[in-house]
Design a binder for this molecule. Structure first.
Ligand SMILES: [Zn+2]
Length: 164
């Protein structure tokens, strides 16, 4: 039987692919890796909205009180760092770069820091009320970090896929 992909070489029975196509297939971003891929894309799409909403809130507050707080300035800084980190992580991920481990660990940890800054710090500083929505938003990056940091550090597949 011929390889179902290139139709040039003899295929292995189990996959229907020849050896070289099997190797290429293993290097694809697929299976479990669709999840972090989707997470990165969703985060990129949310970047403009995050800035829009937060800067809108700062301007409103400025109009009412004439004050720009240090918290607001810090928030813009955190958002900028997060945007750069998300784009860097996406670049490494979708280009299948070798340095993916360090970059994604930093990205997931920053996701937790981002959440702490925008959910936990306001509650602590200003006594902001935390609702169910906030708790869900807060858990999302924590679970993400708890699942994906060990996966990227220890999965053998990472070396096969991210090898450029
Ligand atoms: Zn083939």
């Amino acid at each position: 039987m011929q390889c179902i992909n290139c139709r040039q070489q003899e295929a292995n029975k189990e996959s229907g692919l020849c050896d070289s196509c099997e190797t290429l297939d293993k290097q694809k971003i697929n299976g479990l890796l669709y999840l972090p891929a989707a997470g990165l894309i969703i985060n990129i799409l949310c970047i403009p909205y995050g800035f829009y909403a937060f800067i809108g809130a700062i301007i409103n507050f400025l109009r009412q009180t004439g004050i720009i707080s240090w918290y607001a300035i810090g928030g813009v800084a955190v958002m900028l760092i997060d945007a750069v980190m998300t784009l860097t992580a996406s670049w490494y991920f979708f280009r299948r770069k070798k340095g993916i481990r360090k970059v994604l660990v930093a990205y997931y940890l920053l996701g937790v820091a981002y959440m702490l800054y925008f959910v936990v710090v306001p509650a602590w500083l200003y006594g902001a009320y935390i609702d169910g929505n906030d708790i869900r938003n807060a858990l999302f990056p924590v679970i993400g970090a708890a699942v994906w940091i060990p996966y990227f550090l220890y999965s053998r597949r990472i070396n096969t896929v991210f090898c450029r």
